[in-house]
Ligand binder design. Structure first.
Ligand SMILES: [Zn+2]
Length: 201
């Protein structure tokens, strides 16, 4: 069963079956649109078209939305925009071909098993996509911001015990390895601080 609350900001008109997929026909609940350029609201509809983003599967079947999208006039005198399409920001980014939650699920699959295996898995789970798409979704993830370490531990480590030693640097707060350097030279350590650790040197 598909509830209206499962499509944020939308009212469901009907659910039909087409080509082995569930198709949810829906439209935006709001009466008026807000111009993204000037912020003026408008109820003057220029035209209506459809978007067909893929969504998470339901009761084991692939699901597609058929969203009726209104394009409004902006009548504000000084606004440079003549018309604008209503967005569905909680559901999907503009121009997207899949909902945010589907993209999130496919991204998690990609992170867990990679592109090729992920694509095979999505086929079994009713959210079929290609290895390339899975990898593209994973690459879009923002990289975690890593602050420079505030407390660094330095010690020797044996490359060949009794013969050759390198330098081991540890982030003492995060309790993790920063780098293994191939020698015990102060210059090598100073270079690493200069390049990677910034103000902690
Ligand atoms: Zn405007």
């Amino acid at each position: 069963m598909i509830l209206s609350s499962s499509l944020p900001g939308c009212a469901i008109e009907r659910v039909i079956q087409s080509g082995g997929r569930l198709v949810v026909v829906a439209h935006a609940r709001r009466v008026r649109g807000r111009c993204p350029t000037c912020g003026t609201t408008s109820t003057a509809v220029h035209s209506v078209y459809e978007r067909h983003p893929a969504d998470l599967p339901s009761v084991g079947q692939p699901m597609t939305l058929r969203l009726r999208v209104r394009r409004f006039y902006c009548h504000h005198r000084t606004c440079s925009r003549r018309t604008f399409a209503e967005p569905f920001p909680r559901l999907m980014p503009s121009q997207a071909r899949r909902t945010r939650r589907l993209a999130q699920a496919q991204t998690r699959i990609g992170l867990a098993v990679g592109g090729e295996a992920g694509a095979r898995l999505t086929g079994h789970l009713g959210m079929q996509t290609s290895p390339d798409t899975i990898l593209r979704l994973v690459h879009r993830l923002p990289l975690p911001r890593v602050d420079p370490p505030r407390a660094v531990g330095i010690d020797d480590w044996a490359i060949r015990k009794g013969r050759t030693y390198g330098t081991l640097l540890v982030d003492l707060e995060r309790r993790c390895l920063i780098d293994l350097l191939p020698d015990r030279s102060e210059v090598t350590v100073a270079d690493l601080f200069a390049q990677q650790l910034g103000s902690t040197s």
